[in-house]
Every structure is written in structure tokens, then in C-alpha cells.
Design a protein around this ligand. Structure first.
Ligand SMILES: C[S@@+](CC[C@H](N)C(=O)[O-])C[C@H]1O[C@@H](n2cnc3c(N)ncnc32)[C@H](O)[C@@H]1O
Length: 325
């Protein structure tokens, strides 16, 4: 579980089946049965391997996590001098990483993995792309909020595995982490302030801002690592509020939102959801784990009369299929 998703910071819901303020029902419904495109057994094995690799679920027993010096750690009795000595020798203090189940469910902040979304949400990406291809839904695939690029890499791999040679994967991110929340305009984003960090500069107080800042060069290197540094993955660099209104994305078959904040979610919905083709899909990664994100989705759907049923993927992610309107 990502640190900013900790129950201490955020209101994580239990199993919610109905929301009085939203006319739609939340369920675990599956898609209508259609004949899905098939991929050769080797391609399906490749996608499965990729899920284990991009999440590092496969290597979790070998994984270690760096113990960083942080004021909160002082309470554990580790003086900064220990870190200074280690640093001067080029050593790191590490500990074994998360419990395997947490990684599978995409609940932790992985030290090295290219994605934090976990296996269920990658399964969902594959399933929805299969339906896009089976139903020939026009448009590209988009993720807003890509971090190290793992989900984007996976989207591109699914297209390849199922023989699509046309669609582009758009990867939208600041590559600087989250924006400093505009608390006046979006007061609900203030709830993501980390308790106990009030003495820090305003921009630093917010959830894991630096940990989410992955430079574009690093993302390009990750794409190259998996052989997808081609022109079918296109980076849209900058704050969503600046880039999305004019991004050269014309038609979308799958829109995946993973920007955490109300601001980031509403900006992506306002500028990109209208471009989703009828029969296309909208996925919201943080819907059940970040109240600000859910609020943005609820407001957008209400303002636009969207009543397409919302389906749960796992403990946090949801999706809906856009009907013809
Ligand atoms: C939770 S991470 C995304 C995780 C990613 N989908 C994965 O597969 O692991 C959130 C990302 O959203 C980006 N982000 C959030 N709000 C943004 C905004 N308003 N403009 C640009 N990027 C934003 C951050 O830089 C960060 O990379």
C-alpha cells in the first residue's frame, strides 16, 4: 500500500455496495461475454511474466527496501550519525520488503518496481484492452499519472501481444510528482496533508511528493528496458491543467486515471473523458482509497449525467464503460 494511502492519512472504505449520493450501483460485474481476441500461448505467458516483473511480485522474496533517515525514525533511536557513516562509505541500510500479498494487491510503495498498481489492476488493463480490440472501439490508450511508467509499458505490451499495430499509448505526467494542492479551489485535496509535517514548507507537506517525481529520462529508460521506446508510446509532459486541454490526443478507447488528487482527477476527466469513444472505458485507480479522487469522479459524473455502472477491480480501482450518449 502506498504510504499516502495509509489508513492513518486517508479514509479507506470497506466494502461499499451502494452510495446514496451516486445513482449508480457499485458492483463486481463483469463485461458482456464476447469472443475475445486470442494471443499465442507464448504471448500470454509473456504478459503474465511481465505482470510479475513490472510489479516485482516475482522477486519479492529477494527485495530489500532502503531505510532512509527521516525525523520520524529518530524516535526509533537511530541517530543521523549512523546514516552519515553509512553514506560516507557508500553503504545503505536496508530491510526486507513488504509482505507478498501487499504487492500483489498494489498496496505498498515498491522500491524498484516500475508500477505500484498490483496484479489485479494489470489484469484489468489487459481485460479491458481485449474488449476494446474485440469490439473494435476506436481510439488510443491513455494513462494520466504514470510514475515510473509500468502500467504504460504493460498497455503497450498488451497491444503487441494481441497483434494491434495501430494504437498509441499516451503517458501523461508532470514527471515532477504531484502539484502543490490548490486548497482554495479544491479544499478536499488538503486532506492529503501528512500529519506532523506542519513545520515543513507548504510544497513538501503533501503526500510523498518527491517519491512520486520520476524524471522523463528515467521513464524513457524504463520503456527502453522493455523494448518499448518507440513512437507508439508518447509522453505528454507537464501539469495536467497545462497539457491536457491541448494534448494532441484525438480519440480514446481506454482512459486510465491515476493522479490521486481531486485536481488531477477532475482535470483529466474534463479534458479527456469527452474524447472516450462510445463503448470505451474509464478506469479510476484511486477511487476507493482517496476521498478526493472519488469526490472528483462523483462531481464529474453528476455534472455530466453519467450513470454508467461503476465496477470494482479491487480494494481501490474501479472502471465504467461509456455508453453511447
Ligand atoms: C500514483 S502515481 C501513478 C502510478 C502509476 N500509474 C503506476 O503504474 O505505478 C501518480 C502520478 O501522477 C502524477 N500526477 C499527479 N497529479 C498530476 C498533475 N496534476 N499533473 C501531472 N502529473 C500529475 C505524479 O507525478 C505521479 O507520477
Amino acid at each position: 500500500m502506498s504510504l499516502w494511502r495509509s489508513p492513518r492519512l486517508l479514509c479507506k472504505r470497506g466494502q461499499v455496495t451502494e452510495r446514496p449520493d451516486d445513482p449508480t450501483t457499485i458492483d463486481h460485474g463483469t463485461l458482456d461475454p464476447v469472443e475475445l481476441p486470442s494471443a499465442p500461448a507464448a504471448a500470454r505467458r509473456y504478459l503474465d511474466l511481465l505482470k510479475g516483473c513490472l510489479t516485482r511480485e516475482l522477486f519479492i522474496d529477494e527485495e530489500v527496501r532502503e531505510v532512509v533517515w527521516w525525523p520520524a525514525n529518530v524516535g526509533l533511536g537511530e541517530p543521523k550519525a549512523v546514516w552519515d557513516i553509512l553514506e560516507s562509505r557508500g553503504w545503505l541500510l536496508v530491510r526486507p520488503t513488504t509482505a507478498p500479498g501487499e504487492r500483489t494487491e498494489g498496496r505498498d510503495y515498491p522500491p524498484r518496481a516500475e508500477t505500484m498498481v498490483g496484479r489485479s489492476r494489470l489484469d484489468n488493463v489487459e481485460e479491458l484492452i481485449q474488449h476494446v480490440l474485440a469490439d473494435d472501439i476506436p481510439g488510443d490508450l491513455v494513462e494520466t499519472g504514470i510514475w515510473r511508467g509500468g502500467t504504460v509499458i504493460f498497455m503497450r505490451a498488451v497491444l503487441e501481444a494481441y497483434g494491434d499495430s495501430e494504437r498509441t499509448v499516451w503517458a501523461c505526467d508532470s514527471f515532477e510528482g504531484l502539484p502543490v494542492p490548490d486548497e482554495e479551489r479544491y479544499p478536499v485535496d488538503a486532506a492529503l496533508r501528512i500529519e506532523g509535517n506542519e513545520s515543513m514548507a507548504p510544497g513538501q507537506q503533501f503526500l510523498m511528493r518527491e517519491l512520486l517525481a520520476v524524471p522523463a529520462e528515467k521513464v524513457r529508460a524504463n520503456l527502453a528496458r522493455y523494448g518499448y521506446d518507440d513512437d507508439r508510446v508518447r509522453l505528454v509532459e507537464g501539469w495536467f491543467s497545462d497539457t491536457l486541454p491541448t494534448a494532441p490526443i484525438e480519440e480514446i478507447a481506454l482512459l486510465r486515471l491515476d493522479g490521486d488528487l481531486y485536481e488531477s482527477t477532475i482535470d483529466a476527466l474534463v479534458h479527456l473523458e469527452p474524447k472516450v469513444s462510445p463503448g470505451g472505458f474509464v478506469v479510476i485507480d484511486d477511487y476507493n482509497s482517496i476521498e478526493a479522487c472519488e469526490a472528483a469522479v462523483t462531481d464529474y459524473r453528476a455534472d455530466n449525467g453519467i450513470v454508467d455502472p461503476i465496477h470494482e477491480i479491487d480494494w481501490t480501482g474501479v472502471w465504467w464503460r461509456k455508453r453511447a450518449r
